[in-house]
Design a protein around this ligand. Structure first.
Ligand SMILES: CC(C)(COP(=O)(O)OP(=O)(O)OC[C@H]1O[C@@H](n2cnc3c(N)ncnc32)[C@H](O)[C@@H]1OP(=O)(O)O)[C@@H](O)C(=O)NCCC(=O)NCCS
Length: 337
C-alpha cells in the first residue's frame, strides 16, 4: 500500500521584523506583557508598500521545498493551500500559486481551516495518495495577517500575536509495507464556537456585502477573539485529541520523538507538556520568533525542527496538534521513512 511521505520542506517569511517594542509605538501594550502572556518576542510582517499575498509567500516557500525534493512544478499532480488570509476573496490561493509556478491545469484546492489548516491539509493529502487520486502533492500553509489587523489598542489582544509567513511540503506516495508516513489523523470541528475567533466582514450572508462607505473603525472588519475561552478549550481538547490519534496509530506517547504543536501561545504548549508529563525537549517551540502564523505555523516549525536535527531521521515519529478558529482541532502522527 502507498504511504504518504514528506520528501522535503521549505519556509519563507517577509523581511520586516516587528519586535514587541515596535508594537509599543502604536498600541497600549508592552514587551513584558506580550512575552509573559504569549512567549512571543517578534514576528515578521509584509511591506507596507506594494502587493504581497499569502500566495506570494507560499511561492517562495514552495520553490525551496520543490528544489530540495528535486521536483519541477510540472511533476506535481495536486496542490493544497491552507490559509485564512487568501490574497483575494476568490479564486483561492492554490490556483494563484499554481499560476505563479507556471502551471495551467494542475488541480488546486484551498483549505479554510485556520490554525488547523496543516492538520486538515496533511490528512487530505494522505487520503488523496492512499486512494490513488494524486501521488506528488505540494502542500502550502501561508498567511498575511498584518494587513487585516486592528492596529488600535482595541485590537491589541489579537494584533500582538499574529505574524506573516509561509511553509511548504512536498508529499509523495511511496509503495512500502513498512508502517511509515501518516500513521493516524484525528480531526474535529465545532462551529458553535465560531464567534470565539472570527473576522465577520465582508459577509455574503448580508443583503449588502459592502456598505457604501466601509467604516474602517467598525470592529467587524477585524479579527476578534475570546482569548481566555480559546485558551481553556485548547488546554482541554489537545490532550484528548492526542490520545485519540495515539490510539488510532496504536502507539504510546513514549514512542513519539517530538510534538510539534500549533504555535498560538507558548503557555498553551507548556500547559500541554505539563499535562502529558513530557520533558521540555519533547515539545517544539518557535513562537518567540514568528508569532502565530496560523496555517503556516506547524509546517514552519517542522521545517526548523528538521533543520535543527530535532526530528527527521528514518524511524522518527512526530505528532502534530493544534486548535483554532472554527473551532477546529486535531492531531496527526507521522513516521519518517
Ligand atoms: C490572547 C491571550 C494571549 C490573552 O492572554 P490572557 O492571559 O488570556 O489575557 P486576558 O485576555 O485575560 O487579558 C488580561 C488583561 O490584559 C489586557 N490585554 C489584552 N491584550 C493585551 C496586550 N496586547 N497588551 C497589554 N495588555 C493586554 C486585557 O485587556 C486584560 O486587562 P484587564 O485585566 O484590565 O481586563 C490568550 O488568551 C491566548 O493566547 N488565548 C488563546 C489564543 C489561541 O490559541 N487562539 C487560537 C489560535 S489563533
Amino acid at each position: 500500500m502507498k504511504k504518504s511521505i514528506i520528501k522535503s520542506t521549505g519556509m519563507f517569511v517577509p523581511p520586516n521584523v516587528i519586535t514587541n517594542h515596535d508594537l509599543e509605538k502604536f498600541l497600549d501594550t508592552s514587551d513584558e506583557w506580550i512575552k509573559q502572556r504569549t512567549g512571543i518576542e517578534q514576528r515578521y510582517w509584509i511591506n507596507q508598500e506594494g502587493e504581497t499575498g499569502s500566495s506570494d509567500l507560499g511561492l517562495e516557500a514552495s520553490k525551496i521545498a520543490l528544489k530540495s525534493a528535486g521536483w519541477k512544478p510540472e511533476d506535481l499532480d495536486f496542490i493544497i493551500f491552507a490559509t485564512l488570509s487568501p490574497d483575494i476573496m476568490f479564486p483561492g490561493c492554490g490556483c494563484l500559486l499554481a499560476a505563479k509556478l507556471g502551471l495551467n491545469s494542475t488541480p488546486a484546492l484551498d483549505i479554510r481551516q485556520q490554525c488547523t489548516g496543516f492538520l486538515y491539509g496533511l490528512a487530505t493529502a494522505d487520503a488523496y495518495i492512499k486512494t490513488g487520486l494524486a501521488n506528488k502533492i505540494l502542500f502550502v500553509g501561508g498567511e498575511v495577517h498584518s494587513s487585516g489587523l486592528d492596529k488600535s489598542t482595541r485590537g491589541r489582544d489579537v494584533t500582538v500575536i499574529f505574524g506573516d509567513g509561509a511553509a511548504a511540503l512536498c508529499i509523495e506516495g511511496v509503495e512500502t509495507d513498512e508502517k511509515v508516513g501518516v500513521l493516524a489523523s484525528s480531526l474535529h470541528a465545532d462551529g458553535n464556537y465560531a464567534k470565539a475567533l472570527m473576522t465577520e466582514l465582508p459577509a455574503s450572508k448580508f443583503p449588502v456585502r459592502f456598505p457604501p462607505d466601509v467604516p474602517i473603525e467598525d470592529p467587524s472588519y477585524y479579527p476578534v477573539m475570546d482569548g481566555p475561552a480559546i485558551f481553556k478549550k485548547a488546554v482541554r481538547m489537545l490532550p484528548k485529541v492526542i490520545n485519540e490519534s495515539l490510539e488510532k496509530a496504536q502507539i504510546n506517547l513514549d514512542q513519539i520523538d517530538l510534538i510539534i504543536p500549533h504555535q498560538a501561545n507558548m503557555r498553551i504548549n507548556q500547559a500541554l507538556g505539563q499535562f502529558l508529563k513530557l520533558e521540555d525537549n519533547k515539545i517544539f517551540h518557535n513562537i518567540q520568533k514568528y508569532g502565530n502564523t496560523t496555517a503556516a505555523s506547524i509546517p514552519l516549525a517542522l521545517h526548523e525542527a528538521i533543520e535543527q536535527e530535532r526530528i527527521g531521521k528514518s524511524g522518527d515519529i512526530v505528532l502534530f496538534t493544534g486548535l483554532g478558529a472554527g473551532l477546529t482541532w486535531g492531531s496527526v502522527i507521522y513516521k519518517f521513512l
